[in-house]
Design a protein around this ligand. Structure first.
Ligand code: SF4
Length: 470
């Protein structure tokens, strides 16, 4: 099965809150709403009232999963939440998160964003030790590893887990009376801390979730950092990573919401500058710049401003179609694009520059170009605000094989012919680095460069465990 959208997808948004006196389940619900773009297949919240944990999770969008009634049952003053995008194609409830199990230290809830590159070995190890697993998810492996490590303090158990885990994980973890957050030692996925005035602390994949619930952004978690929220406030520990920080550059290009802040910059600002750089690298005479909505709007505005060619709306997106899955035959794929986008009459007779944020498989770009030509576009010049994706991702983004990547199989000229565009230009890797920062200076760009921060079968690196003074 292929989604209507051929965009890369990310595995999940996570949230955590410790706020006595606040309606934590309701705040988690609104935060998950704000993080819906990170995963639309299932959603869940676990709360604790200091005595017992309560859970509700189901397959579907946040608005479909939660009701007044089930939120009412999620009592407590601490909570974690999760939106899932499945990289395995499975939407089964048993893969929905957070996971909640009972351990020797009481309830343990885990919400995970990312992908462990050494999950098969860790999984085998658990099974060999007689630990039963109910799902195919590496997030369950994390949960069982945390439950099985000896030790009275959760932070020590988390540290022991981090010494074995390789790859991408931003976690929020609920225990009976504290919420923890953990970011892997490379920092592939974002995770940040916010403050609810006088009420408590929150954790979220993106700052947009903090703004939605009236929390103030405090800071991002550092790669390799563990944070605990409890009655004493916030306590943090830093593991010594010895690794190059490697925030996934696709957060800037596509995943994160434009109003989120990453590394001190708004994602919208970065996207505008990517678009501007693209205009410098691939100028062309045209009448109008349009973006593929909604994800390429900021890039298109940047391209238009830099080129002096007017920006306009050319495609209207049906925002309510969601991420419906369809059978991957060509006719239905074309129908998928028609269901999702409608061209505006304004484009008739115009030479268009169509800016997209990325092309992964190319299976929706081509019907999109056809749609624009049928609507009367005289010329269609495709501009892509990221370099060609020639290498698979092993860190939790659903482009894990070379075969599915159009740019791994075809040259740029061949892709242009395949898409039936008048011209095609991709942002260069140098252009991406000029805007975002260098690949070896804090960002993963492996799907463009082939330079992986961690091997597919897990890298090395043992972390020392040092508390950060409060
Ligand atoms: S390979 Fe690409 S998609 Fe995967 S983490 Fe690195 S930058 Fe992100």
């Amino acid at each position: 099965m292929y989604p209507i959208s051929e965009k890369p997808h990310e595995s999940c948004g996570v949230f955590g809150i410790y706020a006595p006196g606040a309606q934590v389940a309701r705040l988690a619900f609104f935060a998950l709403y704000a993080l819906q773009h990170r995963g639309q297949e299932s959603a869940g919240i676990v709360t604790s009232d200091g005595r017992a944990a309560h859970i509700h999770k189901a397959v579907g969008l946040v608005s479909q999963v939660f009701t007044e009634e089930n939120l009412h049952h999620l009592r407590g003053h601490l909570a974690i939440g999760h939106n899932r995008y499945s990289t395995t194609g499975s939407t089964r409830l048993r893969n929905a998160q957070p996971y909640l199990i009972e351990t020797a230290l009481g309830p343990l809830g885990v919400a995970h964003n990312g992908n462990l590159t050494n999950a098969p070995a860790l999984r085998r190890d658990l099974l060999n030790r007689g630990v039963g697993l109910t799902s195919s998810s590496d997030s369950e492996v994390i949960t069982q590893m945390l439950a099985g490590v000896p030790g009275e303090a959760w932070e020590n158990r988390i540290s022991a887990f981090m010494r074995q885990a390789e790859g991408a994980y931003s976690l929020t973890i609920l225990t009976r009376d504290a919420v923890y957050a953990v970011r892997d030692t490379w920092g592939f996925r974002p995770l940040c801390v916010g403050k609810l005035e006088d009420k408590g602390w929150v954790l979220a994949s993106e700052t947009c979730a903090l703004a939605t619930i009236g929390a103030t952004f405090v800071r991002p978690l550092h790669p390799g950092e563990i944070v605990r929220l409890d009655q004493d406030g916030l306590t943090a520990w830093q593991t010594e990573t010895g690794q190059q920080p490697s925030l996934c550059v696709f957060e800037y290009i596509y995943f994160a919401r434009p109003d989120s802040i990453l590394e001190g910059r708004s994602v919208h600002w970065v996207r505008r500058h990517l678009g501007a750089r693209l205009a410098q690298e691939y100028p062309v005479e045209a009448d109008m710049v349009i973006g593929v909505p909604d994800s390429a709007t900021s890039h298109a505005i940047g391209y238009a401003n830099a080129s002096g060619i007017p920006y306009g709306e050319g495609l209207i997106k049906n925002r309510y179609i969601g991420r419906t899955f369809i059978q991957p035959d060509d006719q239905l794929r074309r129908l998928g694009v028609a269901l999702k986008f409608n061209p505006l009459a304004d484009i008739a007779g115009k030479r268009l520059i169509v800016v997209d944020d990325s092309i992964v498989r190319g299976n929706t770009s081509s019907p999109l170009v056809k749609l624009l030509r049928q609507a009367g576009a005289r010329e269609v010049h495709m501009r892509v605000a990221s370099p060609p994706i020639r290498h698979p991702c092993f860190m939790g983004v659903d482009m894990s094989t070379r075969e599915e990547l159009i740019a791994a199989r075809l040259s740029v000229d061949d892709i242009a012919r395949h898409l039936d565009v008048d011209s095609l230009g991709y942002l260069s890797l140098e252009g991406l680095e000029a805007v975002v920062g260098r690949g070896d200076g804090g960002h993963c760009m492996a799907c463009f460069s082939g330079q992986y921060p961690v091997a597919a079968d897990g890298g090395s690196g043992k972390q020392a465990f040092e508390p950060i003074p409060r």
